[in-house]
Design a protein around this ligand. Structure first.
Ligand code: NAD
Ligand code: DAU
Length: 339
C-alpha cells in the first residue's frame, strides 16, 4: 500500500502519519505539504527518517507537481488533510481558503481520476453543518443534516464536500468523506483554543475567551480521529459520508477553567474579549453510523485525554515555543489587539 497524505505536516496529518506508520509498518507513506505557517516538519521527527517515508514540499493546487508525484509514486489511496483551517484567519482573509480548500481538493481528485481512479478520502469537518442552539441538547448533526456553513472556512470545506460527492456521482471516483468534531492532542498549532490557552496560562498571560465563553464544542482526541479515518479508508463504502465525534461537549469557559486548575494558575487570567463574527454556538456529532457500520469507538475520554495533552505541551515546550516566538507573535498581536 502506498498512501499519499496531503497536509501531513499539520496537526492531524502528522498524528495520522505517526499512527499509520506504527500500525502498518510495511505501508509506504508519501507526505505532500506546502509547509504554510501551520505546517511543521518537526512534528514528523522520528518518522521522516524512515525508509518507508517520503516528504515532498509543495501545494495540492500545483497540478504539474501532482502529475509528477502520481507518476513517481503510483499511490493506492490519497488522504487529504491539506487545508487552511483557522476560522479567525478565514474571517480576516478568505481568499486562500477558497483556493486551497476548494481548488486544491479538485486538483487532487483530478490527479486521482487521471491515474485510474485512485481511492480518495476527504478529511472534512462538522462545521459544514453550521451550528445548533444551546438550549436543544437533544439535537445532533447526522450525515443527513443539511450543509449550512457559517464562516468562510466552513463554507470552503462544505464546497469541497459537494465537489467530492459530485466526483463520485459524475466520474465514479471512489471517494469517502469523514466529518469530525473539534480535535485536541499533541502537535496542534497554538492559535487553536486548547494549545493557545495552555501556552498563555503557563506563561501567566491573559487568556482571551470570546463572548461569554458559552459556546459549546464536541471534543475528540486526535488519535481517535486518526483511527476513524483509518477505519473509513480500510472498511468504508465509496460514496459515503461518516460523522466522527466523541460525545464530549464542553462550554469553552469550562475547558479554559480546567486548564487554569490543571496548571495551578488563577482564573483571573481569563479575559472575556469581543466575540468572533458569526460565532457558531454549539457543535454536536451523532457518530452512530461509523460506530455501527465500521465498529469504530473512541479510546480516550476527555478527562484523561486533556490531562495527557496538557502534560505533552509542558514536556514539549520547545515544539511550540519556537512557533510562539516567531511570526505567529505578530498574528496574535494583530488579531487580539483592542479586542
Ligand atoms: P493544520 O492547520 O494544523 O494543518 C494543515 C496542513 O495543511 C499544514 O501542514 C499546512 O502546511 C498544509 N497545507 C495548507 N495549505 C496547503 C496546500 N495548498 N498544499 C499542501 N499543504 C497545505 O490543520 P489540522 O487541524 O491538522 O486539520 C487538518 C484537516 O482536518 C483539515 O482539512 C481540517 O479542515 C480538518 N479538520 C480539523 C479539525 C480540528 O479540530 N483541527 C476537526 C475536523 C476536521
Ligand atoms: O469543529 C471542527 C473545527 O474545529 C475544525 O474544522 C477547525 O479546523 C478547527 O480550527 C476547529 O474550529 P473552532 O473554531 O471550533 O476551533 P478554535 O480552536 O478556533 O475555537 C474553539 C472555540 O474556542 C470556539 O468557540 C472559539 C473559542 N475561542 C477560540 C480562540 C482561538 C476563544 O474563546 N478564544 C480564542 O482565543
Amino acid at each position: 500500500m502506498t498512501l499519499l497524505v496531503t497536509g501531513g505536516a499539520g496537526f492531524i496529518g502528522a498524528n495520522f502519519i505517526r499512527c499509520m506508520a506504527a500500525a502498518h509498518p510495511t505501508w509506504r507513506i508519501v507526505c505532500l505539504d506546502a509547509l504554510t505557517y501551520a505546517g511543521n516538519l518537526s512534528s514528523l521527527e522520528g518518522i521522516a527518517e524512515g525508509p518507508c517515508f517520503r516528504f515532498v514540499r509543495g501545494s495540492i493546487c500545483d497540478r504539474q507537481l501532482l502529475e509528477t508525484l502520481f507518476c513517481e509514486e503510483n499511490p493506492d489511496a490519497v488522504v487529504n488533510f491539506a487545508a487552511e483551517t483557522h476560522v479567525d484567519r478565514s474571517i480576516e482573509a478568505p481568499e486562500v481558503f477558497l483556493s486551497t480548500n476548494i481548488l486544491g481538493t479538485a486538483a487532487l481528485m483530478d490527479a486521482c481520476r487521471a491515474h485510474g481512479g485512485v481511492r480518495f478520502h476527504q478529511v472534512s469537518t462538522d462545521e459544514v453543518y453550521g451550528d445548533l442552539p444551546l438550549d436543544r441538547p437533544d439535537l445532533r448533526f447526522t450525515e443527513e443534516t443539511p450543509l449550512r456553513a457559517s464562516s468562510p472556512y466552513s463554507a470552503s470545506k462544505a464546497s469541497a464536500d459537494l465537489l467530492v460527492m459530485a466526483y463520485h456521482r459524475t466520474y465514479g471516483l471512489p471517494v469517502t468523506i469523514s466529518r469530525c468534531s473539534n480535535n485536541y492532542g499533541p502537535y496542534q498549532f497554538p492559535e487553536k483554543l486548547i494549545p493557545l490557552m495552555i501556552a498563555r496560562c503557563e506563561a501567566g498571560q491573559s487568556m482571551p475567551v470570546y463572548g461569554e465563553g458559552k459556546n459549546v464544542r464536541d471534543w475528540l482526541h486526535v488519535e481517535d480521529h486518526c483511527r476513524a479515518i483509518e477505519a473509513v479508508l480500510l472498511r468504508g463504502t465509496p460514496g459515503e459520508v461518516y460523522n466522527v465525534g466523541g460525545n464530549s461537549e464542553r462550554a469553552n469557559i469550562d475547558v479554559v477553567r480546567l486548564i487554569c486548575r490543571e496548571l495551578g494558575q488563577p482564573e483571573s487570567l481569563i479575559t472575556f474579549v469581543t466575540d468572533r463574527k458569526g460565532h457558531d454556538l454549539r457543535y454536536a456529532i451523532d457518530a452512530g453510523k461509523i460506530r455501527r457500520e465500521l465498529g469504530w469507538e473512541p479510546q480516550h475520554t476527555f478527562e484523561t485525554g486533556i490531562r495527557q495533552t496538557i502534560r505533552w505541551y509542558l514536556d514539549n515546550r520547545s515544539w511550540w515555543q519556537t512557533i510562539t516566538s516567531g511570526e505567529y507573535r505578530h498574528y496574535y498581536e494583530r488579531m487580539y489587539a483592542g479586542r
